[in-house]
Design a binder for this molecule. Structure first.
Ligand SMILES: Cc1cc2nc3c(=O)[nH]c(=O)nc-3n(C[C@H](O)[C@H](O)[C@H](O)COP(=O)(O)OP(=O)(O)OC[C@H]3O[C@@H](n4cnc5c(N)ncnc54)[C@H](O)[C@@H]3O)c2cc1C
Length: 551
């Protein structure tokens, strides 16, 4: 095994959180080394340019790791989920859809609200300045003045427009008298900061090749490197190492091109591997002093997996909406049902996202609800009456953290380096079952209010009755908190057990709100990075948890 020069900070994982942390710390003059198990794909590698891009999107560019099966991935041992992520420089932002809403103030205090989930150790107000700053950093586009959330800092411009499609669905929501607002997105409707405006090419989820969509590999890692950070791609971390005092000393990684092991020493380790990769690596890093996994004296590592309850309705109207074109994500967000209302029979809430449908190939195979048009002569008739005339209503619910929903190490499945992979276990809480059923009824109401002539429902329940939704928000499995007995890190993301180990990514969230998480993950990463940069020497040498007001 070879050893590399000691870094000040070792960042493991260069996704939404790792990219921002690397940039901020490198710009502060801190010697940063980043490891990611996957390669750095050049924009030209994305299938956008190729005529069979939709086919590639369903195969080697699939968002489901078990479908894609690339060697930079780790397969997921799972009985219930279709797990979506990207393992390479940029992390899952390479294939996400850049919907960029914020959590609400109540999302940080579910313990006070209903007691079935914990309060965060920080408040919305603590995070608000970092939300504002990351919005400018990533190029968040939207319309100011949304009454559903507190007043907020400026967007960099307007989002790309969904003309006809947005108009028809907006009128339907108005007819119902429900909240709607243009979906905030990290996609530029106007050029910003050297990045171009979206050209509406429509192939967003195959990876945006132009940089109009915020992708960490295009918009953040180049800045980190320009500021002096070192990036080692194809470097799969096998274990975080600690010394006799229990402090982290660095990590051992496998160069996936040569199979050789290397040791990267560091004064501080920041783990940003996402809600599955992070608990997996902590469990893989068990040692004689911490036999249940690193940073796991609370037995909370891997528990409380949340990925949002979901369901989707597809609807078609008798007008051409051009709804297979333009950015993939929502025209509107509806936050009418985002707060708890006990009269509905459940706690927490959900949002509804009015989204466009996919291109022709996907439509033929069943776009959002797996409803396939008939084959033969009727196929053409179906396309004439449906294609370009549909839209989707995604119900996205705030699922409760449950200790039994968890990531563990697989006993039977390994990755391409021979390391045990992650095993996922998730069952729907009865509260969340009621929530998603109620949400689906509301989504059908929207379709009816739009005068849809055809409505199809996908509640992600299969013939055996099991709920198998896409798992694309990986959250909660190394949560922050006030109490070392019930959380993995403190409010600054510092491990309670390993004082120079920080955990910053989707796993840090105690609850997951009813909206997509990456704007919040990014704001949390910026907050953690500023704290570390502001007092690096003391924090790198800390021998116990740091204290301090939650700013
Ligand atoms: C199809 C899809 C659509 C999505 N759409 C949206 C959306 O519209 N809005 C939104 O807010 N969110 C969306 N998301 C979720 C969003 O992508 C994630 O929330 C976000 O990227 C998570 O950030 P993260 O830093 O926690 O981890 P990631 O961005 O997943 O990064 C983790 C990184 O860690 C690396 N890593 C893990 N383990 C190791 C190891 N042992 N050694 C080396 N490297 C390692 C991985 O390779 C990866 O690069 C979507 C996700 C998918 C898959």
């Amino acid at each position: 095994m070879t050893g590399d020069d000691e870094a000040d900070v070792l960042v493991i994982g260069t996704g939404a959180a790792g990219g921002i942390i690397a940039k901020v710390l490198a710009e502060a003059g801190i010697k940063v080394v980043c490891l990611d198990q996957g390669p750095w794909f050049r924009p030209e590698a994305k299938p956008h340019w190729q005529p069979d891009w939709e086919w590639q999107r369903a195969t080697r560019w699939a968002t489901e790791v078990n479908v894609r099966g690339l060697s930079n991935d780790y397969p997921i041992d799972t009985d219930s989920e279709h797990t979506l992520m990207w393992n390479g420089v940029g992390g899952s932002t390479v294939v996400y859809t850049a919907v960029w809403p914020r959590f609400r103030p109540t999302d940080f205090r579910k313990g006070v609200e209903h007691g079935l989930a914990p309060d965060w150790p920080i408040t919305y107000e603590d995070l608000a300045p970092y939300y504002d700053e990351t919005d400018l950093l990533v190029g968040a586009a939207g319309l100011a003045g949304d009454p559903a959330i507190p007043p907020r800092g400026p967007f960099v411009g307007y989002p790309p427009a969904h003309a006809r499609f947005g108009e028809r669905t907006g009128l339907a929501l108005d007819r119902l008298g429900w909240h709607r607002w243009p979906m905030p997105v990290a996609i530029l409707g106007e050029g910003h900061d050297g990045r171009p405006a979206c050209n509406n090419c429509s192939a967003c989820q195959s990876g945006c090749p132009t940089g109009a969509m915020y992708d960490v590999s295009l918009a953040m890692m180049p800045r980190a490197l320009a500021a002096g950070a070192k990036l080692i791609p194809d470097a799969r971390v096998e274990k975080i190492e600690t010394d006799a005092s229990g402090r982290a000393t660095g990590a051992v990684y496998i160069d996936r091109n040569t199979g050789l092991r290397h040791r990267q020493a560091a004064r501080m380790v920041i783990l940003c591997g996402n809600g599955v990769g992070t608990p997996r690596l902590l469990l893989l890093s068990a040692n004689a002093r911490q036999p249940n996994g690193l940073a796991n004296s609370s037995d909370q590592v891997g528990r409380n997996l949340m990925h949002h309850t979901a369901g989707i309705v597809e609807a078609w109207v008798d007008k051409d909406l051009e709804s297979h074109k333009g950015v993939i994500n929502g025209a509107h967000i509806c936050e009418e049902f985002a707060e708890t209302d006990p009269r509905r029979g459940f706690v927490n809430g959900f949002t509804m996202h009015i989204v466009r449908l996919n291109g022709a190939s996907y439509q033929a195979l069943g776009s959002h609800t797996a409803h396939r048009p008939p084959w033969g002569r009727a196929h053409h008739e179906w396309f004439r009456s449906h294609f370009s005339r549909g839209f989707g209503i995604l119900v996205l619910g705030d699922d409760l953290p449950q200790p039994s929903n968890r990531v563990t190490l697989s006993e039977t499945v390994t990755d391409s380096s021979g390391l045990p992979t992650a095993k996922l276990h998730y069952r729907l809480h009865p509260n969340d079952d009621r929530l998603v059923r109620y949400g689906m009824e509301r989504a059908v109401e929207i379709a009816r209010a739009a005068d849809a002539f055809d409505i199809k429902v996908n509640d992600f329940r299969e013939a055996d009755g099991r709920y198998r939704p896409p798992t694309w928000h990986l959250l909660g499995t190394a949560r922050m908190g006030d109490d070392p007995a019930t959380s993995v890190t403190n409010l600054w993301h510092q491990s309670w057990d390993v004082p120079n180990l920080y955990i910053v990514d989707g796993s840090s969230m105690p609850t997951c709100a009813a909206v997509n998480p990456t704007s919040t993950i990014s704001a949390m990463a910026l907050r953690a990075a500023r704290r570390i940069a502001g007092d690096f020497r003391a924090l790198a040498e800390a021998t116990k948890p740091i204290s301090g007001a939650p700013s």
